[in-house]
Design a protein around this ligand. Sequence first.
Ligand code: PMT
Length: 407
Amino acid sequence: MANKLQHRRILLGVTGGIAAYKAAEILRQCQAMGAEVRVVMTSAATEFITPLTFQALSGLPVHTQLLDAEEEAGMGHINLARWADLILVAPASADFIARLAAGMANDLLTTLLLATEKTVMLAPAMNRAMYDDPNTQNNLSQLESQGVVILGPGEGVQACGEVGLGRMLEPEELANAVADHFQTGELAGVNVLLNAGPTREDIDPVRYISNHSSGKMGFSLAQACVEAGACVTLVAGPVHLATPAGVKRIDVVSASEMSEAVMSAVGQADIFIASAAVVDYTPVEIASNKIKKNASQMQLTLVKTTDILSNVAEQNNRLFCVCFAAETDNLEEYAKDKLERKSLDMIAANWVGRDNGGFNSDHNALSVYWKKGGQEFGNMPKPELARELVTLIAKKYHEKNTAQTTR
Ligand code: PMT
């Protein structure tokens, strides 16, 4: 369960009801699974629990006002709607459900729910008679038909002393429902091997050749593959990133070490994603002592490193091979040439050496090509981009497998 929500941004909406105090535990459970959680409260909710509780637990300001001058300057509700990967309203009162079903936008929470295109989950909590009322039932049915996910309610003794359906589900059940939503299963049972980060080629004991790769793209892809249900092995160059939960990580430094690690793991793989920025040339010799800087010029003789990707693609033709290509010019032409030349299934090309995206940035954009098509992915955070790319890889991988088995 740990880290199932790593890199996920959950917006927790809290409305007025006795179960509002339990929302603090939902927040903690989501955080324990790695999520970043922001809280929006209706004014009725603040009668039951203070914003300060959520602020202290989340470490972030709690949003309560639609017409907050500071927030509105930055289109607060639109920004929050864009920020969230998922919105969970817990508890969702009968009044809030009715306002949402009516399409009202008379407070911050209803407004941002109108503005969001992300998944919305509601955890109804109310007296059993209010829950049974045809108005509430109609509202819930309507919201469900619009794609809102209704979680619960549960049955049992209520705060008012009555017994029946209407209790909010327990915080753990709600946090698990949120986590389960992100487990797509698109790559269930599939073995994915990735490489990520730079390599480092020693010149002498104190100097090396490398590049600006941070590993963020590759680590985001590893995380997205785990979420899709894959069994993931990640060969990582020298980077300081935490290993996504569930990923088997093999640390390497040089291109030759990376080649060795990839070649020994590739036999078990169904998909290989080459996102590493492998250094193309390495010194012929590594000086055993620090090279003295006496001469005004010096020459370093370099030799090509092993082309890991080409070796993998040549030796494993049943493998689904995805290559990353970093280009400073002629992106489409060079990427399509690599796709053809290296007999790959897919190539994901990104610009490097520009302001936005590529090396060491938290964002990236990709132009993806395969033999008979392509798809553009606009600039977005790397974890989000990774999930979209993994969905595409899963689709193309299954298409290839189906075509091979029906031959
Ligand atoms: O790590 P980040 O900071 O998040 O940055 C991400 C990234 C920019 C490094 C990533 O998105 C990316 O573009 N990775 C590929 C970088 C690269 O080396 O591109 P290339 O066009 O030079 O190489 C093409 C392919 O050949 C790559 O899959 C590379 O892994 C592979 N290759 C290259 C040389 C070599 N000796 N062996 C290889 O396998």
